[in-house]
Write a protein that binds this ligand. Structure first.
Ligand SMILES: [Zn+2]
Length: 352
């Protein structure tokens, strides 16, 4: 069978298309649309993921970017909108798959931590289940359609609607995955450019990798988490940190021309203390403290009162360190985290 030249050209183009679900992007184009999460008959109507494929004119790696796993963390969601408008696919080598809002039920429902659909935390149900609840089916779709299609991956967060969080930081799994995945994940974390880097400890079996980023690394995909922004606010400075960081990683991976701007003075955090309370009630954080300040051991972080205002428990810092996260809104349930303190005392530092 003879094919005309234009037919051959279109066949070559179709081979170079990048498809995610029903969306297909030709080289040098940007395509946006819905990636469907199918309904569960008689239980829910399913949902969708708003995604963008930026398919570069030249070949290169695939970078997956996910925002909005927690629906009230707005900074990463707005950062991906900015990035979408800033990128020129004709200057890109490789492909970027953006998930603008991973958790539409939580975003539109304005919930913190969990989905209003099934009460589950999407970032605790990976890799998901195609026959599971709505959050589990979202996680399955993300794993199959985005994470496993990526050569590199970023899960973008902020302090949730109730969480003060400072400074912005990147995080990577320092002991999970192959040595190559660990080294490449660290390379991404450093290239992102934020000075504070959390190095998660511990190996992870695939069945225990219930977090979005961990699902990537145990499946051979280098990944980082990013935390930038806080308290349900859309502060431009935090949005800019994410856009700048992603562009720097794209340069580090030779997906964009130009020099990356990695951190020159990384503060690597290996241990964090989670401060919890056994009491439900109303949380009064110490008004003299903000996330990002250094606290010494026994500093009063706040007081939990009953619903009438009577003090129940005074919560103190169990160790000195950097106050990475401080809950700053009143509701508190039993066994919830009220603060996260990073151990930044000297040594044992890594040799390199
Ligand atoms: Zn989050």
């Amino acid at each position: 069978m003879l094919l005309c030249l234009s037919c051959i050209a279109s066949l070559v183009m179709s081979q170079n298309e990048f498809r995610v679900g029903a969306l297909a992007a030709s080289p040098g184009t940007i395509v946006s649309g819905r990636l469907e999460v199918r309904p569960a008959k008689g239980i829910d109507d399913g949902t969708f993921l708003p995604i963008t494929i930026v398919h570069g004119s030249a070949p290169g790696p695939v970078l997956g970017l996910v925002a909005g796993v927690h629906g009230s963390e707005y900074v990463p969601i707005l950062a991906l909108q900015r990035l979408r408008s800033d990128l020129d696919p004709k200057k890109l080598s490789g492909t970027i798959v953006m998930v603008h809002v991973a958790n539409i039920p939580a975003f539109l429902g304005r919930t913190v931590y969990v989905s209003p659909g099934d009460g589950k935390n999407l970032n605790r149900v990976f890799p998901g289940n195609p026959e599971g609840t709505l959050s589990e089916r979202i996680a399955h779709t993300l794993t199959e359609q985005v994470i496993l299609r990526s050569n590199y991956f970023m899960d973008l967060h902020a302090g949730d609607g109730n969480e003060g969080l400072s400074p912005a930081y990147t995080a990577y799994y320092a002991e999970a995955g192959t040595p190559r995945v660990i080294a490449e994940s660290r390379r991404m974390a450093e290239a992102f450019g934020l000075d504070t880097i959390v190095a998660f400890k511990g190996k992870l079996e695939p069945q225990r990798a219930i977090w979005c980023g961990s699902t990537a690394v145990v499946r051979g995909v280098p990944a980082i988490d990013v935390e930038s922004g806080q308290l349900g606010r859309a502060e431009p400075i935090y949005i800019k940190l994410i856009v700048t960081g992603i562009l720097s990683v794209l340069r580090e991976l030779d997906m964009l021309e130009g020099e990356p701007s990695p951190t020159k003075h990384p503060l690597v955090i290996q241990d964090r203390a989670y401060v919890k309370t056994q009491t439900e009630g109303i949380w009064h954080p110490n008004p003299q403290l903000d996330a990002g300040t250094y606290v010494v051991k026994d500093t009063v972080l706040g007081v939990v009162t009953d619903f009438f205002g009577n003090p129940i428990v005074e919560v103190r810092a169990p160790q000195s360190g950097l106050l990475l996260i401080l809950i700053e809104t009143p509701p508190v349930q039993q066994d919830e985290t009220l603060a996260v303190i990073a151990n930044v005392r000297p040594g044992p530092w890594e040799a390199n």
